[in-house]
Design a protein around this ligand. Sequence first.
Ligand SMILES: CCCCC/C=C/C(=O)SCCNC(=O)CCNC(=O)[C@H](O)C(C)(C)COP(=O)(O)OP(=O)(O)OC[C@H]1O[C@@H](n2cnc3c(N)ncnc32)[C@H](O)[C@@H]1OP(=O)(O)O
Length: 371
Amino acid sequence: MVPALQLHMSKTAMRASQKDFESALSQVKRLKDPGNEVKLKLYALYKQATEGPCNTPKPGVFDLINKAKWDAWNALGSLPKETARQNYVDLVSGLSSSSDSSSQVKPEADRKQPGYETLVVTSEDSITKIMMNRPAKKNAITIQMYNEIMLALKAASKDDSAITVLTGNGDYYSSGNDLSNFTDIPPEGIEEKAKSSAILLRDFVDCFIDFPKPLIAVVNGPAVGISVTILGLFDTVYASSRATFHTPFSHLGQSPEGCSSYTFPKIMGPAKAAEMLIFGKKLTAAEACAQGLVTEVFPDSTFQKEVWTRLKAYSKLPPNAMRISKQVIRNREKEKLRAINAEESRALQERWLSDECTNAVMNFLTRKAKL
Ligand SMILES: CCCCC/C=C/C(=O)SCCNC(=O)CCNC(=O)[C@H](O)C(C)(C)COP(=O)(O)OP(=O)(O)OC[C@H]1O[C@@H](n2cnc3c(N)ncnc32)[C@H](O)[C@@H]1OP(=O)(O)O
């Protein structure tokens, strides 16, 4: 870029940002109480934007409020003042843009793409959003929903959106595989059912392995089973503080899928992965974040606003650069992931024929067992 033009552009951007910052400062006074976590975030960004990195002495352990403020500011490290100012403006605009603070999203009937019964698929602001839409069944994934998610991902890989999001409608992200999928046995028998389910599973997970654009999970509530395991194939995972992460495979007489037998030990180390995948330990959002499965946790009260503000900003980045970056990060693992997916699907095909699995599913369907 011509240096003079570059200088002009950056000065304009900084001036605009300073103006936005001042208006955000007055806007923030009119907001209803956004809760302590957001207030701390606002405080930290304000201090960073106006004074730069925190270099004041750390308050004593009993000075709880000032220590919390200092920690929040100090956590921003050497974030540049301009970026802090911009983040402050984005956060305030997200907080003001909608008065709806609930985690339930109303399906956007007017903008939704036709042809899906179990999903609401929308494309707006260079973001394709695929929302699982069986809230009364906790977004349990039926055979139809697996097929529709694959269709939606294939369409999103070719549309002009820059990023793609998977999320859930209602209080759950997803309760995983719909256990009544196992009851629809074809005339060819149970072996045939297990075989076709293994093929479906392999094809479904391959779609995530091969997805070419940045893929983001917006985990709006508890996540179970396959909705958790495939998170290792996403590029970013944002979670509400209400979300939990649970893979009760042994309880169900089953074994891990979604390449989690490979991605989880890689992400969180073998010992933590084994506790989740073998013993079914349920993680809170904070624990999942500490272990690297989740990118960032947001307070439930501001989850939708904060996440969508962030995603709208990301979706404005150059789309080709984002795609190439993803390829560079992921491509060398693709063949390996496909082989792991095939192996996990084969193991499950056998598990689905076991007494352990049949009894666990029957117990759930006859309401003798719940997680
Ligand atoms: C073909 C490819 C296979 C890939 C392999 C995948 C494996 C997995 O994903 S394993 C994980 C399977 N999921 C589960 O085991 C979860 C089972 N569900 C539960 O334990 C509970 O429903 C709950 C803890 C998720 C929620 O409990 P609660 O808040 O008490 O709500 P309800 O149980 O009353 O649920 C409301 C409604 O939704 C139905 N439902 C919820 N989850 C599922 C599910 N996974 N499969 C089928 N149906 C589900 C539940 O039966 C209720 O229905 P109604 O009784 O008709 O209201």
